[in-house]
Structures are given as structure tokens and as C-alpha cells.
Design a protein around this ligand. Sequence first.
Ligand SMILES: Cc1cc2nc3c(=O)[nH]c(=O)nc-3n(C[C@H](O)[C@H](O)[C@H](O)COP(=O)(O)OP(=O)(O)OC[C@H]3O[C@@H](n4cnc5c(N)ncnc54)[C@H](O)[C@@H]3O)c2cc1C
Length: 419
Amino acid sequence: MRGTNAVVVGGGPSGLIAAEHLASAGIQVTVIEHMATAGRKLLIAGRGGLNLTHSEPLDELLGRYRNAPAQLLEAIRSFTPADLVAWCESLDQPTFVGTSGRIFPTALRATPLLRAWLDRLHRLGVQFRLGHRCAGVDGAGGVLVHSADGLVAIEAGVTVLALGGATWPRTGSDGGWVESLVSAGLVVNDLRPANSGFGVPWTEHFRQRFAWQPLKNVRLTFGSRSVRGEAMITDAGIEGGVVYALSAELREAIDRDGVAELVIDLHPDMSDAQLQTRLQSRPSDSSATRRRRAGLSAVAIGLLNETATGDGGAKSLRLRLTSVAPMARAISTAGGIAWTEVDDSFMLRRLPGVFVAGEMLDWEAPTGGYLLQGCFSTGVAAAAGAKQWLGDHRQEPVTDEPGTEQPGTEQPGTDQPGS
Ligand SMILES: Cc1cc2nc3c(=O)[nH]c(=O)nc-3n(C[C@H](O)[C@H](O)[C@H](O)COP(=O)(O)OP(=O)(O)OC[C@H]3O[C@@H](n4cnc5c(N)ncnc54)[C@H](O)[C@@H]3O)c2cc1C
């Protein structure tokens, strides 16, 4: 183990909160980020209002994390939604609770929050190495980074990896870390799209007419779960909040059976009997007119035609989903570093001194603020573990350790501002 400093790899929310907690404890922190700026996915999340967390009771919130391991639940209990709100407000970004119980910054975007956060990190002395791609860990607690001089080992007393999942790769989260950790002997479960859309083989007529039109106020059911809200017809299938909410179960069914049948109630505000009465009134009118008069939208009518569902099926239209939409378009990533690799302090058992946080761990949750909450909580937990480790293994930095010349060894430093 070398040095008394910390290196955090990944400038997303889980890495930055880990950096903040470590620097607040007086530890010299360097954040390594391969994009030119930090927090790009956070900014993308801000386009939807930046749903930071959720206001429901903690036990209900914990229940949203699918097959959640004890470490994740404990991390959220230790850094709760209330803590996240207090942190956000400490950056002069007030929050509010929306009608659905979701919590947002009043600014409804991420830019002012990220700016204030990066200012705080700079004041805490956190250094940023932007545009540096991490190639893996060096086996001695530090990391290997591509630089103009080739592959360089960055020394660290402790390292936090927070490289994110593999969705929206243009934000920098490209899942490129998997190979290096697998070759270091770690179990990494396949990265899969979570909170994703699904493919439906639409006819050309339907695609041209209805792609990118919202399917408002519908109830989707799959298995024993039903969700009400809005979906979006895409050129290749269907996506949107209600679809994401069922996406874990739908993905598993498609993996298993090659197809998943989604049941759609196109008019959840009316009972079947009421809807049938409306649909059958004035039988001399065309079916399209009767359907419109019954309150069905043009897209809903299009779907009835597309699936050759008669009026009797408007409350239970069956839509066959045949594929999971590509990872690049999904909101989050399922799979990742297996929890068996991670101890209670978020340290990798096989790589002492290396801690992990955020979406690169194998957990899954629906949209609703649960993703950012999980990232912040695991970032705080990894920082606490790293701080403890550094305290237990504190040594003076070794600058001329044999065997660290190949590849070149550097002390961490800064070369660019982090915004
Ligand atoms: C469109 C969209 C909307 C979303 N909206 C919400 C929302 O409203 N609420 C919510 O809770 N969640 C939302 N999310 C999810 C949330 O943004 C992510 O869960 C969260 O950003 C993950 O944080 P992270 O720090 O683990 O990873 P990331 O934010 O992905 O950060 C990882 C960082 O590591 C860097 N990196 C990766 N590989 C390397 C490497 N080899 N070397 C150096 N650096 C590297 C990346 O460039 C990136 O900056 C949304 C996601 C998307 C795509």
C-alpha cells in the first residue's frame, strides 16, 4: 500500500460524493475522469427534472431495490433520502416533493447543482485529472491510466472505483471497465439494460403513423404487477415511465422465453361494462368514430387495429414484446460487480484498498429517484470504508518503490479544472 492519498475514478455522482467525503476528512483526493468534464450523465438526468430521491417511508423505499444485498440496504439506511436532500440544500439548491412523492431540486435541472458541487470540491482541494482514461487497477491499490506518455500507474493509498454502468455511452459511462476487472479475477455479472424500452415488430403503417407519439393514461400489467401512467410508442417498440417500471420482469421473460406479453388497459378510468356501453352506442357509426367517442386516443385506436384486437379487448390489449431495447438508450444498467466480491465496507475482497460505488455494482431499481439515491448512498459508504482503510494502513508515501517504473508511476496531480 502506497501513500496517504485517495484516487477516485469516475466523475459521476457516486465518485464525486465519495471524493467530497474523503476530502472533507482531510484526505488529498484526485478524481480521474476520461471525459473532458465531470458529471455528464447527471446533467442528462437533469433534463428530466433531476429526480434526486423519493419521499416515501424508508422501508418502502428500500423495497424498491430489486434483490437488494445487505450492503446496499445498509448504505441507504446510513445515507438516507433525508441526508441527500440536506446535502442538496447545503449547496443552496432547495428541493420540493412532487405530487408523486418524488423529490427534485427546485431548479429542475442539474447544472446549478453540479456547478455548486464542483466549486465545493475545488475548495476542499480535490484535484481533477480530466481526459484520462483508467485502464484498470495496478494490484497495489493504485490505478493504471492512459496518458500522453503511455500507460501510467497512479499511486494511491486507497482507490474508489465509480465508473458507472453502460447506458448513454456518450456521457462517458461505456462499461469499458468490465474487461480489466474480470481479468483481475472479479465476478462481473452481465451488464443489461434496466429501465429500458422494448422492441415490438410494428407494421410499417403503424410505425409511420404513430412512432414517437405518447400513449397517455394507460395501465400496463405484466404478471402480478400493474402500473398506470404514460408510455411512448417508438419506431422500434415502446418505452416510457410505465414500461420502465416493469422492465426488469419483462427483460427476464424475454431472456427466458424470447417474448413477453404486456397487457394494456387503454382506458383505466372506465370499467369494462361502461366502456362497452359507450363503444356499442350508435352502432350505425363507424368503429373508429365509436372508439373516439368512447374516449380512446388515435394511438390507442391504432394499437387496437395493429394488434387486431376487437372493442372487447380495449381493457386488456395484448402486446407482444420481442426484444429488449439497446443498452445505449436505457436509463440504467442491471448487472455489474457481483456483491460477493464486495465486503461490508464496499472494498473489493480480491483487491484490498480498492473500493467500489454506484451503478457499476450489481443492483437495480426503478426510476423515481432510487437510482441516484443508490449511487449517493454507495458513494458515501465506499468513502467511509476507504477512510477507515487509510486510517488503518496509513504509511508515508513511497516515491521510489522498485517495480513501479513499468509502466511509469506518477503521483496524482491536476491538469484541468473540473467543470
Ligand atoms: C436519460 C437519463 C435520465 C436519468 N434520470 C434520472 C433521475 O431523474 N433520477 C435518478 O435517480 N437517476 C436518473 N438517471 C440515472 C443516473 O443518472 C445514474 O444512475 C447515475 O448517474 C449513475 O451514477 P454513477 O456515478 O454510478 O455513474 P455515472 O454517472 O455513469 O458516472 C461514471 C463516470 O465514470 C466515467 N468513466 C467511465 N469509464 C471510465 C474510465 N475507464 N476512466 C475514467 N473515467 C471513466 C464516466 O465518464 C462517468 O463520468 C438517469 C439516467 C439517464 C441516462
